[in-house]
Design a protein around this ligand. Sequence first.
Ligand code: AGP
Length: 609
Amino acid sequence: MCGIIGYIGNSKAAPILIEGLKRLEYRGYDSAGISTIDKNNIIVEKDIGKINEIENKINFSGLDGNIGISHCRWATHGSVTKENAHPHLDCSGNISIVHNGIIENFSELKQKLIKNGHKFSSSTDTEVIAHLIEDNYNGDIEKATRNALKQIEGSYALGVICSKEPDKLIAARNESPLILGLGKDENFIASDVPAILKYTNKVIYLENNEMAVLTKNNYLIKDINGNKINKKIVEIDWDSELAEKSGYEHFMLKEIHEQPRAITETLNGRIENGNINIKEELNLSNEELQKISRIVIVACGTSWHAALVGEFMLEELAKIPVEIEYASEFRYRNPVINENTLVIAISQSGETADTLSAIREAKKRNTKVVSIVNVKGSSISRESDSVLYTYAGPEIGVASTKAFTAQLVVLYLFTLFMSGLKKSLDDEKIKELLEKLRKLPLQMETLLNDNKEIKRISDIYKDKHNALFLGRGVNFPIALEGALKLKEVSYIHAEGYPAAEMKHGPIALIDKNMPVVFIATKDIYTYKKVLGNIQEIKARDGIVIAIATEGDEEIKKIADYVIEIPKTLYILSSILAVIPLQLLAYYVATDRNLDPDKPRNLSKSVTVE
Ligand code: AGP
């Protein structure tokens, strides 16, 4: 939702903060700001817009002082104005704070503070925290912050500095992610690892209701009641280069091209001599696994599309009944689940509030939760009974790409593992299917090496206002994913449907201005039906772009454009079919001079409900 970074050390804080903030801009870019302490005075600079835009007006990096906090905002309470940009100050100007989250009881607190004589300069919920700390301040910023937080209901990742105690950087967390970075005679706080990886790979993940007091060569972590806590230091194995763009114009394109590596890394060590080696990670006994009679998968957005593919895999191969739930819906229903149900949570960020709440609901009902997550130590991973990580590396582009295909690979591995346990497939068959899986990265490379046709199609259709994506069976979720990619980075309205659904209404939309993307890979079930659906579109002057199996000459006779993907198993073809759709969305967005890494109104991790 928002990005936070704080610094205390011997170097000038501002340049470090701004450079780190740029690596967090995918979390929000409505406005940005920084405050430092210089000669016992707090200096604040902030404005609306992206950091690069603001830097044309303000010399952000020019601020003096070796302690500071900074913030990039995705607006929740209060419109996008300079006054509402973070950092926020108290009345005295001695306390500055940055915040990611939502203060649920901010209105009543604000009324109370106004009655106590506090003057507000913004309409945000965040500013309440600055005045609440001031209200509690008696010379101890740590204590004042703790007492203020005890009155707050809601979520926060908080950074606090106080000009009267310039040797302390305060951090606190409840629900919204916040890490400590431990450097040499310098320490950091940040919303996410890429912001500080250039300086240190030693991080501590704060948990809910924890606070930290950092000096330049020490740190102390306490719970909300002031009791000291010892926390594990995690060594991050991402090099900072990986978190950079590696020469691509945008993170999104880099991450699309990283998919072969993401799949290879995700498979690494999990297939040995034709056996699937995930039992350790699953951390569930054979009895618990054998007992599973039903699986419910909860997720949001692209991860929810991965869940839909997972449903096909698990029902088709492992013969386990599966239900897919939007996490945001699941958590408010009264789901009928029990100890024989396994809940799987899928989340790239591991911080999506709706998914986190969904697994908490599941755990209240005595079910085991396995999560598929891309970020080590994230909230969802920490609150699950076990985690099957995707090793896609940092995904910075707001539109999820490599994490999605890595999620599908983990779901496929889990499916084959369960198929062996439940004896729905024999060992020979599993070995054969694993062999097909191992070929995926190379097939992806082939696909990624030739983007000409995709670029040509993007150029022709970049000015359209609507598009339809159609698929059947396991390719229906891929149609949904292709539509989501296009709409979220190019702002073209796009919808995904099961191909047969066209006849029940959407076909009324078809005319010569409506590009229709068909995922029409050859499979044993529905290929002929899909050809029929394409004919229905063509009969109404629709434009058909087909994602087809390489060598399919039949489809070339009826589709306007054909993008071929390598031949593989029906279920695995969905992992390949999504790649041209990701590229289509990317090229249409850039043809429309949009920034695919930071689409309007979106943020990479939705940590509010
Ligand atoms: C994906 O392109 C979108 N940015 C969005 O739908 C995303 O998939 C969704 O917010 C879920 O995020 P998560 O996987 O981090 O939980």
